[in-house]
Design a protein around this ligand. Structure first.
Ligand SMILES: NC(=O)CC[C@H](N)C(=O)O
Length: 315
């Protein structure tokens, strides 16, 4: 089936329905994350996608209303909250904006680079951001939950306590990363508190529609069509999109940028959020992951979407 290339900013419903159908042929490829025991229990063969347009209108298909663990997608939310509350100059003294070319939980660069993480979207960088938030914001877990509820428009979003507990009990690697950073003086607070907050952020349960709506401000120069608030300046939103394009899929960020070209962030819960600046934010979800920890089905669906549109921000 071929689709007309010119449309008025919306996606044909037929295309979405066929995408959800075709996604089923990817079922069976890849593996759900099992290093966090609670995630290993998720039904692997599910697929959903939601698109939130600049005017806040949402289109969706498949399992777009099934909640899942957002995991590393939370790293974008914590970064955005830090950019809103911390002095940005200070922020970029404590971490960098460079792709790591390394798995998300690697320790290798940290030792060589004296505890300064490569970017906010690998675990090391997110742990530094969480340390900054814990220091700056009273009742940070409450603040984070209110932020996602208000700007996605879904008041029932919550932390999945079972996932948070499960990760906290199996977080030796993140603890090692946090202690190594602290040994260089780049985590100021208590490591256990930083890990507790980090694991809760990752354990937020949201669906594709919630995430597409929450991140809609990144497609609209920082202004959320959902809450009608300016969450970041246009420059800051562009900066976040740039980091997502270059660092959002860990050590697969380069091939993803070449093949899909939309700024994006993935999580080991199987979600990927992506942005077409000026037009829409999309969230695709399917729990089975490839070797880099990115969702096989969600990445495939984003490639299909860009093929359908016939363009990306890169041309
Ligand atoms: N890539 C991810 O989604 C990783 C997040 C996960 N909570 C971890 O720290 O390992």
């Amino acid at each position: 089936m071929s689709y007309p290339r010119s449309h008025i900013g919306y996606i044909e419903e037929d295309f979405l329905a066929q995408l959800a159908e075709e996604a089923r042929t990817k079922f069976g490829v890849g593996k759900v994350a099992d290093y966090i025991p609670a995630l290993a229990e998720v039904e692997p063969d599910q697929f959903g996608m939601a698109i939130c347009h600049r005017d806040g209108r949402v289109q969706s298909c498949g399992d777009a209303l099934v909640p899942f663990s957002i995991q590393s997608i939370s790293k974008v939310i914590s970064l955005v909250i830090a950019m809103r509350h911390a002095d940005e100059f200070g922020l970029w003294q404590r971490l960098r904006q460079e792709p790591s070319g390394m798995p998300f939980s690697s320790l290798i660069q940290l030792e060589r680079e004296e505890g300064i993480p490569r970017n906010p979207f690998v675990n090391a960088g997110a742990l530094v951001i969480v340390d900054i938030l814990v220091e700056k914001i009273f009742l940070i877990l409450h603040h984070m939950r209110e932020f996602v509820r208000e700007h996605s428009g879904n008041r029932s979003i919550n932390y999945d306590a079972r996932v948070a507990e499960s990760e906290l009990r199996n977080t030796s690697r993140n603890a090692a990363i946090a202690h190594l950073i602290k040994s260089f003086g780049n985590i100021h607070g208590d490591v256990n508190r930083v890990l507790e907050v980090y694991c809760h952020f990752c354990a937020l349960g949201m669906n594709c529609v919630d995430l597409a709506r929450l991140f809609s401000f990144l497609a609209s120069a920082g202004h959320s069509p959902i809450s009608s608030q300016q969450l970041l300046s246009a420059d800051q939103a562009r900066e976040v999109n740039g980091m997502m394009l270059t660092c959002g899929l860990y050590d697969a960020s380069g091939s993803y940028a070449a093949q899909v070209g939309l700024p994006a962030k993935s999580g080991v819960g199987g979600g990927i959020v992506a942005v077409l600046p000026g037009e829409f934010t999309v969230c695709a979800w399917s729990p089975r992951l490839d070797a880099n920890g990115n969702s096989v089905g969600a990445r495939w669906a984003l490639e299909k979407l860009v093929d359908y549109l016939g363009r990306s921000p890169l041309g």
